[in-house]
Design a protein around this ligand. Structure first.
Ligand code: HEM
Length: 393
């Protein structure tokens, strides 16, 4: 045991995952961080093996993926694992963020942890988008065309920037090559950001469901939380196995099994399920430039949450108004996800516009208002306390 505390590297490991004191009352909602780390490791490993057999050329990419599926030993397992873990990565990140929103984990002193998290989220989306282009099916080509074209909304230089990214006058071989290169590179940046996320968290430690300091009641990370994390990691492996072995394509779009054809536009171009809410926000504004601003704004607004939340209380546990507001946001997010998968026609357009308005109103109006109302009620109760009416003097 001593070497764990004296060795220059091991004492680092010790302070993070062995002796690190964790709040005794954190629930299973605090397990998503380790699940996310598990996903990241699986993606980098399976991705490296896929890259050994994949060919980043528009004439061979689709067939090289079929080669992986049919000829490479266990290639189907590696590919289906990579594709399905990408989905689980997003399920976990949305739940991880949801936990952060519910328990106000973004508040001081964890603003840096949260801010790095937001950058991680945006980077994850970019990496997933780049990866989806690689098999070069119909949805790869047309998804890439729609999303890269968004940059043409930038005034003056827009079209030049888009062509610079394409490396030509449409999505083509140069695009596929650079997307492959970046899809391999960026996950390592993601890993570095995840480490920075943990270093920032380590400074003050985890929040907990009560929202007040837990310094008086802590357990060591090992064995208590190491084994608690393993429970959900094994549960994840079980569900992942069911998906990979029995329903490997259920979360994907069948059009991506048609080779990319620049002469045929698919009936509807939809991104993967996890990007749908943001796609819905993009499409809910008919002006292209404003739509792009709204889409990026819907992610970047998360950075301002520590400033927008005026409540003096951390977390929703003791805030009934905030509990209600939180679940309203969850419903709104699900509505946006559904709208993103629909054709842009009535009534979906109008529903999408309401859902988008509510999304921004939640951050800009509801969160500050709930905080102000609570603080005022709190002051009123303190005043009545001074008048001698407060029952717990
Ligand atoms: C690759 C992605 C990510 C990884 C590997 C990761 C990892 C972790 C880990 C291991 C923890 C500590 C355990 C836990 O509370 O679950 C944590 C906490 C936290 N993460 Fe993440 N995270 C990721 C993405 C994000 C994102 C996208 C956000 C927010 C936008 C975020 C915000 C937070 C916050 C606020 C905490 C502190 C929570 C608390 O103590 O209540 N993380 N993260």
């Amino acid at each position: 045991m001593r070497i764990l505390k004296t060795h220059v590297l091991l004492r680092f490991v010790n302070s993070y995952i062995v002796d690190s004191p964790q709040p005794a009352n954190i629930t299973y909602l605090w397990n998503f961080g380790s699940l996310l780390a598990t996903c990241l490791v699986i993606q980098i490993l399976t991705g490296a093996f896929l890259a050994m057999h994949y060919t980043p050329n528009i004439d061979f990419a689709f067939n090289s993926v079929e080669h992986i599926m049919r000829d490479v030993n266990n290639g189907w397992l590696i590919r289906y694992t990579h594709a399905n873990v990408a989905s689980f990565f997003f399920i976990f990140v949305y739940l991880h963020i949801g936990r952060g929103l519910y328990y106000s984990s973004y508040k001081s002193p964890r603003v840096l942890v949260w801010s790095i998290g937001v950058i991680i989220l945006i980077l994850m989306m970019a990496i997933a988008f780049l990866g989806y282009v690689l098999p070069y099916g119909q949805m790869s080509l047309w998804g890439a065309t729609v999303i890269t074209n968004l940059l043409s909304a930038i005034p003056v230089f827009g079209q030049d920037i888009v062509e610079l990214i394409w490396g030509g006058f449409s999505v083509g071989n140069a695009t596929l090559n650079r997307f492959f290169s970046l899809h391999y590179l960026l996950p390592f940046l993601l890993a570095a950001l995840a480490v920075a996320h943990l270093i920032a968290l380590h400074e003050h430690g985890s929040n907990n469901p009560n929202g007040v300091t837990s310094s008086g009641d802590r357990y060591a990370m090992h064995p208590y939380f190491v084994f608690k994390d393993l429970v959900t990691i094994f549960a994840f492996f079980l569900v992942l196995s069911i998906m990979v072995f029995f329903y490997p394509n259920v979360l994907g779009h069948s059009d991506n099994y048609i080779p990319a054809d620049p002469m045929v536009t698919p009936a509807s171009i939809v991104p993967e399920w996890y990007l749908l809410p943001f796609y819905a926000i993009l499409r809910s504004i008919s002006n292209k430039g404003l739509g792009v601003i709204a889409m990026f704004g819907s992610l970047l607004i998360l950075l301002f949450l520590p400033l927008l939340d005026l409540s003096r209380i951390r977390g929703a546990t003791f805030r009934p108004l905030m509990k209600f507001a939180f679940w309203a946001l969850v419903v709104d997010f699900l509505i946006l996800m559904w709208i993103g998968s629909q054709h842009p026609e009535q009534p979906f357009v109008t529903i999408g516009q309401f859902a988008t308005s509510f999304y921004f109103a939640w951050f800009l109006i509801i969160v500050p208002a709930v905080g102000l109302i609570e603080n005022t009620l709190f002051d009123v109760s303190l005043d009545s306390n001074r008048n001698g009416n407060y029952p717990f003097q």
